[in-house]
Design a protein around this ligand. Structure first.
Ligand SMILES: Nc1ncnc2c1ncn2[C@@H]1O[C@H](COP(=O)(O)OP(=O)(O)OP(=O)(O)O)[C@@H](O)[C@H]1O
Length: 668
């Protein structure tokens, strides 16, 4: 049966679309397949009608035993070629780019899964980028617009200009807060042959080679196509932008026996893939904070991810490689039920997406805890039953083959929910240090037929997860005021806990840097070194502000509920001081002023301090200080609010601790 094809309306209305393409067999692979080989990848569509195009991609030795099943917006089979993907997925996006929108097509997958063949292709068999350029050129010509292309490579978190001898490119934040690739080559293109010469490097580059052939290294490769309007004689204005990204392949370093020399590179690549998927997830779920800064590539793509832009995550599936399973599981997590575009409008949480937020939070916690407990177990991707609740264990015991038995939708839902919950517990392994857990799967047998991608079969419902228990509020705890340093610490703690940043960040990654710097901060904690002289200046100025502030009697042992001290947000209008204000109201106003002042000065300090001074702050070690300096090169004031500190990998807790230390120092 012919699968339902994705309708162009769903493609253009979805902010983020996550699809898959199973690559064809190479000659060698074809030769090794026998009639008895079983398929490794099976694809099941959810519904019969055109309105439900979603599919479930599953892995297993037999289609009837669905060990790992992941939801996708759509999946193209082995025999479906690139021109079909172009027609269905890319052409509608081209129309948007000409009309002033941005689109990013990101090929993601395990090593050797066909990403380069899909995006770049060859001169004989053009990939999606060349097909898109051809279309863009013809439409641009009709509407008197011009087209330029840039090519870059992101290697070890540095960006290089492929069209200019791989020169390093600096990222710069412009006045609108958008990231620009400063000085990158932008080459005007008038015909497809001009593009091909550039893309395949005729004369300088062999057609079969990948972009940036001079240095053979594993990197992410980007092509940026800009459509410009020719307004006036010389001035041009950017209309829309289309990015193609051929990500470096995910690889399980341990399973693939990667030696130490290369495992660092693999770990870096895997981490950057993880960071980018976090961004896709946050964009898809309309998180109010998107962690662009955790990854160079996401910073490059930042201005093409917001507003009315579209993102197509194309997960390439290697039918012969087990790493494919991990890539699909991660891509699938970014997929949400409701991801319609709401032009620039963000929301911090939506009921529909809440379960997966919980999942990601749990996963994040798992990653963090791994920094302190480095023991990577031999759990399978499904997790060890040791850590399961009784209900989960019983669910596992009773698991039935989903696609043979008359499994109800409810059962499927809870099974999927269980699997996702379970994966979340060990999710850290997927991208931790580039070394994934080993799986309990036997080596996969050779697949027979992935070409008929869609089987009209079971319905898989959305996963549901228990809502994460909210952290207990301390708002109503009593507080004694102004009589000792410890009391001051409490006040400060209150000020900081009510501060401008959210305690529960959407996605928090624990990297090697964090681990090292957590160690740093532990050392700091033990030795408690004095803060820099500039922080002392800050303390002094705050002390004088504090001293000049009329306060109610400080000798009384007054119990005040925390809730009464709640701090006003900066944009909240201050209550005018009138004669009817109570001492408590006066105190509230004072706390607000103090907090704002403290936050402002602290940010100013981080925006201007020397490296040594930065390292005087808990949680900021060598690498993070270097990163801050690098960000300051790109933008004079990179830190505008406390949330921005989380973008350099500090946890909400670490930011609070910095604020608390600065404030406590006032009274020392
Ligand atoms: N549709 C296809 N049919 C048959 N073989 C293919 C197909 N697509 C790719 N291949 C083959 O698969 C191999 C890997 O392809 P490709 O280089 O595109 O993968 P990749 O995901 O970019 O790899 P890497 O992660 O190492 O960059 C190549 O040998 C390529 O010829």
């Amino acid at each position: 049966m012919k699968p339902n094809m994705p309708s162009s309306s769903s493609i253009t209305s979805q902010k983020v679309r996550i699809i898959a393409k199973i690559r064809g067999y190479t000659d060698q692979e074809s030769a090794s397949i026998t009639e008895n080989s079983l398929p490794l990848i099976s694809v099941y569509k959810h519904g019969e009608g055109e309105s439900d195009e979603k599919v479930t991609v599953s892995f297993g030795e037999q289609p009837a035993v669905r060990k790992n099943a992941y939801e996708m917006d759509y999946c193209y089979g082995q025999n479906e070629d690139l021109s079909l993907i172009f027609e269905k997925e890319i052409r509608p996006l081209v129309a948007g780019v000409i009309d002033g929108k941005s689109a990013s097509i990101i090929a993601y997958g395990a090593r050797g899964s066909g990403k380069t063949c899909t995006i770049q292709g060859s001169e004989d068999k053009p990939g999606l980028a060349a097909l898109a350029i051809s279309e863009i050129l013809s439409v641009a010509k009709e509407s008197e617009k011009s087209v330029t292309v840039s090519m870059y490579e992101v290697y070890q978190d540095n960006v290089f200009d492929v069209l200019d001898s791989n020169k390093k490119v600096q990222l710069f934040e412009n006045a609108q807060g958008n990231t620009e690739l400063r000085g990158i080559s932008r080459v005007p293109i008038n015909s497809i042959s001009e593009f091909q010469k550039l893309y395949f490097g005729n004369g300088t580059r062999k057609a079969t080679e990948k972009i940036a052939p001079k240095i053979v290294r594993r990197s992410h490769k980007g092509l940026m196509i800009c459509v410009l309007s020719n307004s006036g004689n010389s001035s041009t204005k950017l209309v829309g932008k289309m990015n193609f990204v051929d990500l470096s392949g995910y690889e399980d370093a341990r399973r693939n026996g990667i030696d130490c020399a290369n495992s660092g590179e693999t770990a870096n690549i895997n981490k950057s893939l993880y960071a980018l998927l976090n961004v896709v997830y946050a964009v898809n779920t309309k998180e109010s904070r998107v962690p662009y800064r955790e990854n160079k590539l996401s910073r490059v793509l930042q201005d093409s991810f917001g507003g009315s832009s579209r993102v197509l995550l194309l997960t390439c599936l290697n039918p012969m490689c087990q790493d494919t399973m991990y890539t699909v599981s991660l891509a699938s997590r970014s997929l949400q039920g409701n991801n319609g575009v709401s032009d620039g409008v963000t929301r911090s949480s939506v009921s529909l997406t809440k379960p997966v937020q919980s999942l990601m939070k749990t996963q994040k916690l798992a990653i963090i805890s791994d920094a302190t407990n480095k023991k990577v177990g031999s759990n399978s991707i499904m997790g060890s039953s040791k850590s399961l609740t009784r209900a989960e264990q019983s669910l596992l015991k009773n698991r039935k083959p989903a696609f043979v038995s008359a499994t109800t939708k409810k059962e499927n839902d809870s099974r999927l929910s269980f699997r996702k919950k379970n994966e979340a517990k060990i999710g850290r392994k997927l991208f931790d240090d580039g070394i994934t857990s080993t799986t309990t799967h036997k080596e996969a047998k050779l697949p027979v037929d992935c070409s008929s991608a869609i089987s009209p079969n079971a319905v898989v419902g959305a996963a549901s997860f228990p809502k994460k228990k909210e952290e207990e509020s301390i708002a109503d705890a009593p507080l004694k005021i102004m009589d000792s340093t410890s009391t001051v610490e409490k006040v400060v703690s209150l000020l900081v806990s009510n501060s401008d940043f959210k305690a529960s960040t959407p996605l928090e990654k624990e990297s090697d840097i964090n681990e090292k710097e957590n160690n740093d901060s532990q050392i700091h904690e033990e030795k408690s070194p004095p803060l820099s002289s500039r922080l002392r200046e800050l303390s002094n100025s705050l002390k004088s502000l504090y001293a000049s502030t009329p306060t109610p009697s400080t000798t009384q042992d007054v119990s005040i509920p925390f809730s009464r001290l709640s701090v006003l947000e900066p944009e909240t209008p201050q209550t005018p001081m009138t004669s009817i204000q109570t001492p408590r109201e006066i105190l509230n106003n004072r706390s607000s002023g103090l907090k704002q002042s403290l936050v402002k000065d602290c940010l100013q300090f981080i925006n201007s301090a020397s490296k040594a001074e930065l390292k005087g702050l808990k949680g900021i070690g060598e690498k993070r200080a270097d990163y801050i300096l690098e960000l300051r090169e790109e933008s004079p004031e990179p830190f505008k609010n406390l949330d921005d500190l989380q973008d350099i990998g500090l946890s909400a807790k670490q930011v609070k601790r910095i604020m608390r230390d600065v404030a406590v120092d006032l009274f020392n």
